[in-house]
Each structure stands twice: as C-alpha cells, then as structure tokens.
Design a protein around this ligand. Sequence first.
Ligand code: XBP
Ligand code: MG
Length: 256
Amino acid sequence: MTPMLRALLFDVDGTLADTERDGHRPAFNAAFRDFGLDWEWDVPLYGELLAVTGGKERMRHYVERYRPDWPRPADFDDLVAELHRAKTRHYTRMLSEGGIPLRAGVRRLLQEARQAGMILGIATTTTPDNVTALLEHSLADDAAGWFAVIAAGDIVPAKKPAPDIYLWAMQQLGVSPEECMAFEDSEHGLCAARAAGLKTVVTVNDYTRGHDFTGALAVLSDLGEPDAPYTRLDAAGGGETAWVDLPRLRAWFARD
Ligand code: XBP
Ligand code: MG
C-alpha cells in the first residue's frame, strides 16, 4: 500500500521564484564591483556557472575555469567569503525593494497544503537569509513560519546534487521519503531529491528546460493556475494542461 503523502519539500531558487537571472546574478555582479573586480556575469555565462550550486562554490569555479590567469591573493578563501556576504546583502536588499514574484501556482498550492494540514519544508543550497527574504517579501510577512523546516546553505557540507540537504530536512521533520514529495527546477535538484528517495515534480525555467529530468514524477512548465494552466512536458503526460493541486499530487504520488 502506498504510504500517505504527508510532507511537501520545496527547492527555492528557480522553483518558488525565478531568482537566478534577475536576482542572484546581478547581486554577484554588484558585489564584484564593490570589491573593484572586473568580473561581470552576463546571462549566458551565468547559465553555464549554474552547473555549480552554491554561491561561494560558483565563484571559486569561475576563477578556476574562466579566469585562470587572475592573480589569486593568499587569502582567497576569505575574499570569497567576504564577496559572498556582500552578495547576500545586495540580494536581500533587492528582494526588500520590490521582490521577485513567486512562480505561477506556488502561492495557491502552498495555501491549499497549509489548509489541509500538510507539512511544508524547504530544501535549498542558497543562504538562509535569502530564503527568509524571499518568503517574507514575495509570499507573506509570516511565511517563514509556514515551513516546519528551512534547510538551507552550508548546514550540510555537500550541496546538491548530493541528497544531504533533503535527508537533513526529513530527519528534522521526522518523516520518511515514502511520505514526502519534492519540487525542483533543475537537474542537480532532481538528482538530489531522487538520491534522497523522493518522488519529485519538476517545473522548468529558461535556464533548466534543456536539462535531463529522467526519473521525475512529472515535468511541467509551471504549477499552473485554473485560468493559466501548466503544460506537461514529459512523455508520460502527453501534453496535458491543468494545474497542480493536492488531489492531483496525491494521484501522481499513488501511481508511481
Ligand atoms: C541554488 C543555487 C544557489 C544560488 C545562490 O540551487 O545554486 O547557489 O544560485 O545562492 P538550488 P547563494 O535551487 O538547486 O538549491 O549565493 O546563497 O549560495
Ligand atoms: Mg533550484
């Protein structure tokens, strides 16, 4: 018998909101300018850099891969940490000044799940301050309290595609993977969730629609709204259009 669906675990960047291109990317660039660096991450380059999750890890990768001749200071690790703190300040300020809208269907599904008494959790590689800023400014003042766990950032050393952040979140919640469903937007995120034993719904975005989503429960354009339905992109879905609500999630959960 299929266990009951008790918990929904959400990735943040790219899943709750399209934060990467117009949020994290300009925040990194602003931090680089603060430190007098001539690094500029344009939209296509940032797409390549997203192959590495985590902002500090991404900056190190950039220097190694794209700026091998840049003279690294002896205290390079400290510089990366300082740059990252500056980037977080820029990013959270940007959110407070106007926010980045939630993706279609996110608010509706979260509200429905809350009303149904479902456990909600966050599992993300981004910094905790970034998560609370997004929830507060784009969802609701008290939205951080909607989630029974916010698993974020360096709380586990191995970031996605490692499963660790999902395993940590489930341990905190006292739930097993058989009772949970994950929501992701990227191949790394799907790998992390699947490796943690989770059935996973993927909503793609411009940076991720070409990724390999083998093993996803469903691959969708977005979660959809009754007046703006999603398009299902995986072969099993046959181009179906609808919106994601709890009955639909329970049906997918029981079938696979
Ligand atoms: C998100 C990330 C993050 C953000 C930046 O991946 O990779 O690194 O781009 O956040 P996912 P920080 O959605 O798979 O969790 O700079 O705070 O690390
Ligand atoms: Mg993501």
